[in-house]
Design a protein around this ligand. Sequence first.
Ligand code: AKG
Ligand code: FE2
Length: 330
Amino acid sequence: MATTFASLPIIDVAALRHHAPQQLPELSQHLAQVFTTTGFAYLTNPPLSFSHDEVFHLAREFFVLPLPAKMTLAKRSFQTTNPNVYRGYFPTQPDQGSDNLKEGFEIGPPTILPAPSTSSTIDLSEPNVWPEQGFPPRPRLEQLYTELQTLAAQLLSLPAVALGQPADFFDAYLVDSLSTLRLLHYPVVNPADPSPDSAPTDTPEVKLSCTPHTDSGILTLLHQDPTGGLEVRDSPGQWIPAPYIPGSLVVNIGDLMAKVSGARFVATMHRVRAPPATRAPLGRISVPFFFEPGEKCLVSSVDGTGEAVVYGEHVRAKMQTWVEYQAVEG
Ligand SMILES: O=C(O)CCC(=O)C(=O)O
Ligand SMILES: [Fe+2]
């Protein structure tokens, strides 16, 4: 359970950039302590070659394209003539409620993975889709993906020790890893638009662009732009703002990691407030990277509690509940 906190802890990970092994035990302890309490933290000095400006530029230049250009990369559930089902672009879906108003573009691993051994029509290792030219530029996005995957692998080796496991415990999770890099855009919501689901209430309504949730996977690394709006829930149920800190990434634990840790690490609830009108016209840009294991990875708790799950089966079961995939599977 996340504890009471007023702000997210800040962890300096410069030791990873400078390959300073003598500082790793301390970093390992700090990360484990954060993962068992808040489940969320800022990482400063991450070992990435990308400036924040470049990351947000890559996303912004894609989202300002006209919708027909973006739709050439859309998943099949949004553009029936397209072959891609799992990776690619998804447009805003205002009919699904205005408290989840976002568009996004997702890529998986830059390398081709082995074909799946399942009869499911959803191929989790399907290749990425790219525009012939322009944004998002394939080489830069693949480079960002590769650097974030390396960072996630470095970070996972640290708390493994705190869980009483060898530092290479999570290496099995890296085999044919299906991690996802997602560019996200939350448009400014017109405050005059009533939320279709909102019941009348005495308290001022909080307008959201991403509803409260925990991340379903292992570990998330988030670039967020200076718009603000991310909020993290502490155990008494207070929403704590997690504003932009220049140069930092936000790290958080997903449900599967909580499971692996035998519930020692917490997957903390979070949400995103709708961008204020002052951020018009573009709203908020964020770029989460979800570290995911391989399709065949057996995910089990280090203390033997709960049932082990095979990652590919776990994802497919979850997808049954996602509206956008029901027509494809059925
Ligand atoms: O945009 C954000 O800051 C958060 C996004 C998020 O929580 C998610 O995509 O799971
Ligand atoms: Fe999330």
